[in-house]
Design a protein around this ligand. Structure first.
Ligand SMILES: Cc1cc2nc3c(=O)[nH]c(=O)nc-3n(C[C@H](O)[C@H](O)[C@H](O)COP(=O)(O)O)c2cc1C
Length: 396
């Protein structure tokens, strides 16, 4: 999602410096490049090694140490930054920047940057509410700098009140919001993800290998681009993405019911789930006892969610997935016709780098005008970007 974006993170000397570690980790998961500058005080709380390991970039603390590259580091980092984040931001750094002081690597680089500077203050509540700190914040805001408001609660020093640094997940959302085009603002996107399961008896069920990763990744991308996202998910081991309404279902019929509830009001439906096509004809109320012979089960057809829903299709853009192992293109074209998909994402699940359990995917997109584009192997986050770009195009 943030591939190609450069974030310079300034870490200053407060207890919340340990939370900056999580900020780096989350930004890296979104594929951002992160360069960390620490103040000397910050390095008393967390070591540069931690940030270096997570960011996989050299961490700068001392302005006058022998540079690791030929260029003048504070200038090159200042120019490189797409966003300059200071988290945690002490009263001291806020005061220094507000008053034009550039006496260490961090304050000097902030002085030299033209990127958006975002502060996530963290300090004792008396410090935060101190009129001098508030004046400095006001001045910086008037100059175009941004602040992520600290929360209230029990502070590390034991006091209660305002001054607790915003949570890393919210900081990362904020920064992502500054870097990503909100081209789905005002749109509702429904994403289905994962497998479904169909019970056989109280202790057994059938399912498939779908991990849900593709659908979850699409939901995150759509949300970051401003959409109101509803994620309808079969059972998965994935963490629910922040800020996204997740509706959990088990069976294909339950998934159909939820998609149906949300379809009329949505602008886009992305069907990344792999619902089971068949379910056992009879679900036993009691555990089926094992005996020496074979067990035979009879399966009946589940409703086809896309086909059912497509009967009500109006303005919605419908995106399908085809996880095929043979006759890929031919089968995809048939699906487009039968289920009124606007485009279909085709992946060859027989390839180890594509499909169900994998973190990468190799896709071909075919649209209803028979345009066919093949893509190289990409991460599921990169694939999500490509799919959401196409959805945005079609919504125009
Ligand atoms: C244990 C401890 C915790 C501190 N926590 C904070 C804090 O949360 N916020 C803050 O503004 N200053 C805090 N300070 C004070 C700063 O470390 C001090 O103002 C320092 O000069 C900040 O330097 P820097 O802004 O260059 O990192 C703390 C100091 C100590 C010893």
């Amino acid at each position: 999602m943030l591939k190609g974006k450069n974030i310079v993170l300034g870490v200053t000397g407060g207890i919340a410096a340990y939370k900056a570690v999580d900020v780096v980790s989350r930004l890296r998961k979104r594929h951002a490049n992160v360069d960390v500058i620490m103040t000397k005080s910050a390095s008393e709380f967390v070591t540069p090694l931690t940030f270096r390991s997570l960011s996989q970039n050299y961490v700068t603390v001392d302005m006058f140490e022998e540079p690791k590259t030929w260029d003048i580091e504070h200038i090159s980092l200042a120019q490189k930054a797409d966003v300059f984040l200071v988290a945690p931001a002490t009263a001291n750094i806020i005061g220094k920047v507000a008053n034009g002081i550039a006496d260490d690597m961090l304050s000097t680089t902030i002085m030299a940057t033209r990127a958006k500077v975002v502060f996530a203050p963290a300090m004792n509540t008396n410090m935060y509410t101190n009129p001098i700190v508030q004046e400095n914040i006001k001045k910086l805001k008037s100059l175009g700098h941004q602040f992520i408001k600290p929360g209230s609660g029990r502070l590390a020093c034991g006091d209660y009140g305002e001054g607790k640094m915003a949570e890393p997940v919210d900081i990362v959302e904020y920064v992502t919001g500054l870097l990503i085009n909100k081209d789905l603002e005002g749109k509702k996107v429904v994403v289905t993800a994962g497998p479904t399961i169909e019970p056989i008896d109280p202790v057994r069920y059938i399912t498939n290998y779908s991990s849900g990763k593709m659908g979850y990744s699409l939901a995150v991308e759509a949300k970051a681009r401003g959409a109101n996202v509803v994620l309808i998910s079969g059972p998965t081991n994935l963490e629910p993405p922040t800020g996204i309404e997740v509706i959990r279902v088990k069976t294909t019929e339950e998934m159909l019911k939820e998609v149906s509830n949300h379809f009329d009001s949505c602008d886009g439906l992305i069907k990344a789930a792999a619902p089971l096509d068949y379910r056992p004809e009879k679900v036993s109320d009691t555990k089926i006892k094992k005996n020496d012979g074979n067990l035979e089960l009879s399966f009946i057809r589940n409703p086809d969610i896309s086909q059912e829903i497509s009967k009500r299709k109006e303005k919605q853009i419908m995106v399908g997935f085809a996880a095929e192992t043979d006759n890929l293109v031919e089968n995809a074209k048939k699906k487009i016709e039968k289920k009124k998909f606007d485009f279909i994402v085709l992946n060859d699940v027989s390839n180890r780098d594509a499909g169900f359990m994998s973190d990468t995917n190799i896709i071909t997109i075919i649209d209803s005008n028979e345009n066919l584009v093949e893509y190289p192997k990409m991460s599921k986050a990169e694939v999500s970007k490509v799919i959401i770009d196409k959805l945005v195009d079609m919504l125009k």
